[in-house]
Design a protein around this ligand. Structure first.
Ligand code: GLU
Length: 293
């Protein structure tokens, strides 16, 4: 097996202590497997993209000693690949147009909540648009037992999600015309030959959808490892919205040591002399913990 891993930041702001943990974990896993590691800029959601943030993230990674083994890939340049995958999915007969507004979906979820029913998209447009214009495009998920998808996460252990009751038919193309994150990520991971996905546990909930999409597209499923997210004092996931401070580019070792400790790695003060000693200690620690070497 040729290990290929990736770090896939959304350029919605500078790197912070939380995104550094995902970057570091994916980088160490690639190094511990003697594999390659690439950076992918997830700027498919253009309204959330902050101008200049991607370059800032790449510059910070470089200061921290994490260099992509191939030129970074930008989702904004991948529209043709997403369109081609969308057409392959359409050919399976599992894709349908959806005319529901956000409001209608929110209302049906409120009603479902009141009935203690499932909170998934109720499949309103499965059998036609009823004269309404198409807004989004959805992928049909299986019903019944076939909807239960299981996988084993290298950190979080065995996981099962029922796609029918917990998610419902999900969007491939959004009402605003943008490609959905789930489609973009699966197409990009497949085209880049990604064998191992290492990322934050906030994405654990998306993984079953991504595995289902891989099955529909006939693509292999990578190994998954979801690291615990970093929270602020109020218990919220660190993000630009919750006021995470940007990393200080000029003090990489302090931030790296903190990220490594969050990952449960034993990095002592003498491994913090230089980036080289830090990475060799942290890689060996990671290998002991996750690869059994
Ligand atoms: N772009 C996503 C984020 O920054 C990560 C996607 C992934 O790793 O699959 O949260």
């Amino acid at each position: 097996m040729t290990y290929r891993g990736r770090f896939a930041p959304s350029p919605t702001g500078p790197l912070h202590a939380g995104s550094l943990v995902s970057a570091l974990a994916s980088f160490l896993d690639a190094r511990a497997h003697r594999g390659s590691w690439i950076v992918r800029i997830e700027d498919v959601d253009t309204p959330r993209t902050v101008p200049g943030a991607a370059d800032e993230i790449l510059a910070t990674l470089a200061h921290f000693g994490m260099h992509s083994d191939a030129p970074p890939l930008w989702q904004s340049a991948r529209g043709d690949a997403y369109q081609a995958a969308f057409e392959r999915l359409q050919a399976t007969g599992l894709v349908y147009p959806c005319g529901c507004t956000r409001r209608e979906i929110a209302d049906s979820l409120v009603q479902a909540h009141a009935r203690h029913a499932t909170l998934a998209y109720p499949g309103t447009c499965r059998h036609g648009l009823n004269g309404r214009p198409a807004r989004a495009w959805r992928l049909r998920v299986p019903d019944g037992d076939a909807a239960r998808l299981s996988f084993t996460d290298r950190w979080q252990g065995p996981q099962t999600q029922d796609l029918a009751t917990e998610v419902g038919d999900f969007a491939l193309k959004r009402a605003d015309g943008l490609w959905a994150y789930q489609l973009a990520v699966v197409v990009d991971d497949a085209d880049a030959g990604i064998t191992h996905v290492v990322r934050g546990a906030d994405l654990l909930d998306s993984t079953a959808r991504q595995i289902y999409l891989q099955h529909c597209l006939g693509e292999p499923t990578p190994a998954y490892l979801h690291v615990p997210v970093v929270s602020n004092d109020a218990g919220e996931k660190l993000s630009k919205q919750t006021g995470a401070a940007p990393l200080d580019r000029h003090a990489p070792l302090d931030a790296l040591a903190q990220a490594a400790r969050h990952l449960g790695l034993d990095v002592s003060a003498d491994s913090l002399d230089s980036l080289d000693t830090f990475y060799s200690t942290a890689t060996a620690e990671w290998a002991k913990r996750f690869i059994g070497q």
